[in-house]
Ligand binder design. Sequence first.
Ligand SMILES: [Zn+2]
Length: 87
Amino acid sequence: MLRMSLHSLAFAKGAVSTISWHCSEGTASDVSDPKTWMCLICGWIYDEAEGAPEEGIPPGTRWEDLPPNWSCPECGARKEDFEMIEI
Ligand SMILES: [Zn+2]
């Protein structure tokens, strides 16, 4: 019985998040808690909230959504050479 109610609760939460996702569609700012990444080679900063428009990366693009072969626009370092930083 308890398991049944937990399951239906999870289902209800999923339905709600699906609805809210549709409501926010098109606002382009669906990044909650954006992170900032820094190139360890040259110190170039990638801010998920700002993206890198001059590199063709729209604002709000998650670090993990960048192409695997994406590299630092300043020095060409790979994503592995970046580290998440706190500002
Ligand atoms: Zn760099």
